[in-house]
Design a protein around this ligand. Structure first.
Ligand code: 1HN
Length: 326
């Protein structure tokens, strides 16, 4: 037994006090390390050739926030990352390269820069690169969340790639345009309630641009659009949410705090993030983590476009999510 009154850290605090630190990974050096990993190990040997982005405040946990994981994955020309499935939810956000694929239960999504691709819990997935250029994407997973609940299962398929079950783009054509099949749901083949798994830059970027032309800007967020599951209008994954933002050149957000620890990727532009008063420059393809309840201000020197994912989906289900606009 333990004396509660002598615990050095109060167990019930007045507000979040994350052990995670705000942090930035510059893309240039990260990419160099990843390419060196490409000389040292194959995707097949490694199962996944990934460099983990570990939060310096969470050593040894392979976590970027207490609930989320992030890594940079490289698939070189001709490689396959073998097929497996697990109870962790995952998303991919493409950093560079064009034409490699993620196959979900045997249906390929052909990936382009800044596309979002989902591999929801329990679904078979493999990656392959049949192009001549390296392909790099950010992996976002809920590994620490699933670990917290001691609820993980995984298995490998007995072959490197899943047999083809549908032509590339099949699900996107049916669910990606505000339509759904009247009969013969993709859900019959993929019974998770999450048919759509590919959200293309070619679709989300013009939507954000149109919003920036005509909408009044949100002073705390900038222009922001959240990705959704077309089957129910909910968050894209059971545990993770994702959104994109645009800040016009010379814009500064008002300070904001939220309980969802968030991982940002700079898609376009230049600017800076002020994180609890500490200023971090933002350049294309940098990754920045903003832990729970960090006071965040964003500034753009050039029009700034950001992608973000967070654990908001989990927190909403657990009735924990809060935000405060300052
Ligand atoms: C995983 O399945 C992938 O499918 C990437 O590409 C990173 C990290 C830990 C556990 C599973 C992938 C992962 C992962």
């Amino acid at each position: 037994m333990l004396t509660l009154w002598e615990q050095p850290h109060a167990l019930v605090l007045p507000e979040p006090c994350s052990p995670a630190r705000p942090w930035r990974w510059s893309y240039g050096p990260a990419r160099e390390y990843l390419m060196r990993a490409g000389d040292l190990i194959s995707a097949e040997q490694a199962e996944r050739r990934v460099l983990i982005m570990e939060n310096p405040g969470l050593p040894g946990q392979a976590a970027i926030t207490p609930s989320l994981y992030a890594g940079l994955q490289l698939v070189l020309p001709g490689e396959v990352a073998p097929c497996h499935r697990h109870t962790q939810n995952a998303l991919r956000f493409v950093m560079e390269g064009s034409g490699a694929y993620t196959a979900l239960d045997g249906e390929k999504a052909v990936m382009e820069p800044f596309d979002l691709v989902l591999t929801p819990a329990g679904q078979w997935h493999d990656h392959g690169n049949e192009t001549a250029q390296p392909m790099i994407w950010l992996d976002g997973l809920d590994i620490p969340t699933v670990r917290l609940f001691d609820a993980q299962f995984s298995e490998r398929l007995d072959q490197p790639t899943h047999p083809v079950t549908a032509p590339p783009g099949d699900t996107l054509a049916r669910y990606g345009r505000n339509l759904r099949p009247m009969r013969g749901h993709v859900a019959d083949r993929r019974p998770t309630g999450r048919p759509l798994f590919h959200y293309r830059f070619a679709d989300w970027r013009p939507a954000l641009a149109a919003m920036a032309r005509s909408a009044e800007i949100d002073p705390h967020l900038g222009h922001a659009l959240e990705f959704l599951n077309p089957a129910d209008g909910g968050q894209v994954l059971a545990t993770m949410s994702a959104h994109v933002r645009l800040l016009p050149a010379g814009f500064e957000t008002r300070p904001r705090q939220s309980t969802d620890g968030t991982v940002f990727v700079v898609v376009e532009g230049e600017g800076e993030a002020e994180l609890n008063g500490e200023v971090v420059p933002l350049h294309e393809r940098d990754v920045v983590v903003v832990p729970s309840w960090t006071r965040l201000v964003l500034r753009s020197s050039r029009e700034l476009v950001l992608f973000a994912y967070s654990d908001k989906a989990s927190q909403e289900k657990l009735e924990l999510y809060r935000e405060r606009n300052l």
